[in-house]
Design a protein around this ligand. Structure first.
Ligand SMILES: O=C(O)C1=C[C@@H](OP(=O)(O)O)[C@@H](O)[C@H](O)C1
Ligand SMILES: C=C(OP(=O)(O)O)C(=O)O
Length: 421
């Protein structure tokens, strides 16, 4: 078995955490910069595997592009390779081949891309066979499956002869990620107008301008440290997270607001944000439509603090690295809580009966999902916990366990051998 055993801190909780930079911002900057002919200057690119895979595949001459488990890399590169007329086979992990992409491939086909689904219609692997512009510059696209399809289309839009008008249908999930895309495009000189009331985004045909861009630290990664502070029994806990800004392009900066009622105060400094403890509230309702990647962190934190948490907007979690709703339902039971579906596919509630179970250490399964591992790690602020397959964190936050070892004891168990980090 591969696992880490995390043991509660024995000294005051004070630390400065450097954080990885945002893989979402990095992967957008890389695609846009590729469309400038790789002429810009990108600073502080993420060390996340999803970004390192993007860097490698953008320049690889190999006809097969294996994105592993990186959703943005799959969706953004498919649009980029399609519109630049590159013949590529796009594939990924078995789970990636279960994550839908048909909405994007249909849109790209109507722009003029020749794309074949090699196994199942609407899913990777894909064969890209070139591009011949159809003359179509108006598309309708669903907004309620994945915003990554919309971001992928927006980023290639300035290179199309007539630009693009995207009309969004249905509910819009993960909207801050679309806004992040638009802001980064503008930074590179694109002319983009979004009319959210009319649900329409207009991109003019205009080449990107090469420039320099510095990527911010990752607010999604910051969320685990908020949970560490919320769960710390030490009233004087203080953690500073470096490289975060109050005005961020990342919608996951909402974690500062979500965690206030869970007992964490955020104070922005010149270098980042300082987290300290404040009184917590007994109940909280949150709609995660705009920030789905925060749901696991907050669910585990609420389970441990005994907060009555109502969650909405988590439907998209079912098509991410794993079915995160099912994974949470299974693993929360191991720490004495339940995620109950109150209104089918709409509203969920954390029911906490921690006192009913013995406080023995639990072994958390991670289902090839980095966020399962990192969301459960802060439990170690209160009791020993074991996390299986800890290497999954490399997808977004490779130094997570090293950073965690600044606060709790981290013991690696590899096939019967123990190492201390
Ligand atoms: O565009 C992005 O960088 C992302 C968008 C979100 O996906 P969905 O739009 O599929 O919700 C998010 O969950 C993912 O981690 C990163
Ligand atoms: C869902 C995620 O990533 P992606 O969709 O890019 O694989 C994530 O990082 O939580």
């Amino acid at each position: 078995m591969n696992a880490v055993r995390l043991t509660p801190p024995t000294r005051p909780v004070r630390a400065t955490i450097p954080l990885a930079s945002s893989k979402s911002e990095s992967n957008r900057a890389l695609i846009i910069n590729a469309l400038t002919g790789f002429a810009g200057d990108l600073k502080n690119l993420s060390t996340a595997r999803d970004t390192q895979t993007m860097i490698r595949l953008l320049k690889a001459e190999d006809p097969v592009a294996d994105v592993l488990d990186a959703g943005t890399t799959m969706r953004f590169l498919t649009a980029y390779f399609a519109v630049t007329g590159q013949r590529k086979t796009m594939t990924g992990t078995p789970r990636m081949c279960e994550r839908p992409i048909g909405i994007l491939t249909d849109a790209l086909r109507s722009l003029g891309a020749d794309i074949t689904h090699l196994n199942q219609d609407g899913y990777p692997p894909l064969q890209l066979n070139g591009f011949s512009y159809s003359g179509n510059n108006q598309l309708s696209i669903r907004g309620d499956v994945s915003s990554q399809y919309i971001s992928a289309l927006l980023m290639i839009a300035p290179t199309l002869p007539d630009g693009l008008v995207l009309n969004l249908t249905g509910a819009i999930g993960s909207r801050p990620y679309i806004e992040m895309t638009i802001e980064q495009m503008r930074h590179f000189g694109a002319d983009v107008t979004a009319d959210w009331g009319a649900r329409s985004i207009h991109v003019s045909p205009k080449p990107y301008i090469p420039t320099s861009y510095t990527i911010e630290s990752d607010w999604s990664g910051a969320s685990y440290w908020y949970s560490v502070v919320a769960l710390s029994p030490d009233a004087d806990t203080e953690i500073e997270l470096l490289g975060l800004k109050a005005r961020s392009l990342q919608g996951d900066s909402a974690i500062a607001d979500i965690m206030r009622p869970l007992g964490v105060e955020s104070t922005f400094t010149e270098t980042g944000v300082r987290l300290t403890k404040r009184p917590a509230q007994p109940a909280l309702s949150w709609d995660f439509t705009d920030c789905p990647d925060l749901a696991q962190t907050v669910a585990v934190c609420a389970a441990m603090t005994g907060t009555a948490l109502t969650l909405t907007g988590i439907e998209s979690l079912k098509i991410k690295e794993t079915d995160r709703v099912l994974a949470l339902q299974t693993e929360l039971q191991k720490i004495g809580a339940e995620l109950v579906e109150v209104i089918p596919n709409t509203e969920y509630r954390i029911t906490n009966h921690l006192s009913l179970i013995a406080h023995h250490s639990s072994l958390i399964t991670t289902y090839d999902d980095h966020r399962m591992a990192m969301a459960f790690a802060p439990v170690a602020m209160q009791r020993e916990i074991l996390i299986e397959e800890p290497g999954v964190v490399a997808k977004s936050y490779p130094s997570f366990w090293d950073d965690m070892a600044r606060i709790v004891r981290v013991e690696t168990i590899t096939d019967g051998t123990k190492h201390l980090a």
